[in-house]
Design a protein around this ligand. Structure first.
Ligand SMILES: [Ca+2]
Ligand SMILES: [Ca+2]
Length: 173
């Protein structure tokens, strides 16, 4: 009797887990969401990135915009332009990738902070530069993330005209 009762306890969770059923779970498929930049210029600091507060699992596509960017060596602060930082929460244990695309002809860079930075000296874990007109920068994370990890993605310009860009963060297990 005792053995039979134990088997029943063991088998019950398996039976529940196997059903695709209407109650949620993998049968629902990945969620692909869009987030529009909404706190320009308050997202200029990587230590205070704009939270991407939308549910997603498969991907979230951030639609943002850049100002005109330039460099004037005669100025005390020679760079003019825009920097946009986004705080993205990892939806589940798994791997992330990121693709930044734009068609403005501007020279954009993508910065990645493996966790939200703090302190006086902030330097990104990855700095991915483009040449003029590349129009795309992609990055694949080597290490798996845990659900709830926070990653900061920065987009900034070196030079070029204003315009829109798209930053797609993808997840897979
Ligand atoms: Ca912006
Ligand atoms: Ca900004």
């Amino acid at each position: 009797m005792h053995l039979r009762a134990s088997l029943a306890v063991l088998l019950l969770p398996l039976a529940v887990a196997c059903g695709p059923g209407p109650g949620g779970g993998p049968a629902d498929g990945p969620i692909h969401s869009i987030w529009e930049e909404d706190s320009d210029p308050d997202n200029n600091s990587a230590a205070d990135g704009e939270p991407v507060s939308v549910d997603w699992t498969g991907s979230v596509t951030i639609e943002g915009s850049m100002s005109d960017c330039g460099y004037d060596p005669d100025e005390n602060w020679p760079w003019t332009g825009d920097e946009d930082n986004y705080l993205v929460e990892v939806p589940a244990d798994g791997y992330l990738d990121a693709v930044l695309t734009w068609d403005t002809g501007a020279d954009l860079d993508m910065l990645i902070y493996f966790e939200p930075p703090s302190g006086f000296t902030i330097s990104p874990d990855e700095q991915l530069a483009s040449a003029d007109d590349d129009g795309e920068i992609s990055y694949l994370f080597d290490e798996a993330h845990d659900e709830g990890d926070e990653v900061v993605f920065g987009v900034l310009c070196a030079s070029g005209p204003n315009g829109d860009y798209s930053l797609r963060i993808g997840w897979e297990d």
